[in-house]
Design a protein around this ligand. Sequence first.
Ligand code: PEP
Ligand code: MN
Length: 275
Amino acid sequence: MIMKQTENETLTQKTKPVKVGNHLIGGDHFTLIAGPCSIENKEHFELTSKTVRSLGANLIRGGIWKLRTSADSFQGLGKDSFNFIRQTLKENNLSLVSEITDPRQIEEIHDFVDMFQIGSRNMHNYALLKEVGLTQKPVLIKRGFAALIDEWIKSTEYVRKGGNENVILCERGIRTFETATRNTLDLNAVVYVKNRTHLPVIVDPSHGIGIRSLVPQMAYAAAASGCDGLIIEVHPNPEKALSDGQQTLNFSEFEVLVKQLEKILDAIGRPLSKN
Ligand code: PEP
Ligand code: MN
């Protein structure tokens, strides 16, 4: 699956698109995924999802279970949120990307989540990867923050071996010696992986840089690098967000980002998807 290349040899793999709900990731159009880091309550989720969708997002993101560094931090609403999430998505015809942290959650949210996210901390959780490989649900594998590109690509094999070919990669920044920014967004990885595999690649500039005012520039840089889409954290009031507020855009910041992003996408001939 990983194509070897000798120095100065050009090799570009044709990306095999993956269908998520009614949306195609990795085709002729660019994908925008947006929403809160954590789903906080019904009103908040409904408002955020409808707003980002109306501003151009194709798919909604939102965490039901959160893997937090501190056990005292908000851990996500879990089961209490299933009914209102299901209802909000149905009433507004939206598709959701949400992280699973435990194999038991696969069955619990299978009917209303359109793509399972495997978080950075779980990229090496092979038991979890094998379990999602037994479904046909698309899987977004975030790069482990200390994972080599090669290890990240190999993690996809755990899903594909089970029969699930609907795998998408997500570069979300790695831990380097640099501490000024939360992580170091590795755009090398994007062009490398796009060049050597057929997997669609999404970039997460929110976790990648971790500083709200700098997220848009990294989003534009990622788009220009040739990735297949972006996943961005948005909240009606980031200062009050229960997780990751410091890197989360408000609605007007997101609106500006989409307008600028569209100019870059037009320049590289990869327009933002309309569905
Ligand atoms: C997230 O998407 O909110 C998240 C926790 O991401 P990561 O696993 O990349 O830290
Ligand atoms: Mn987050």
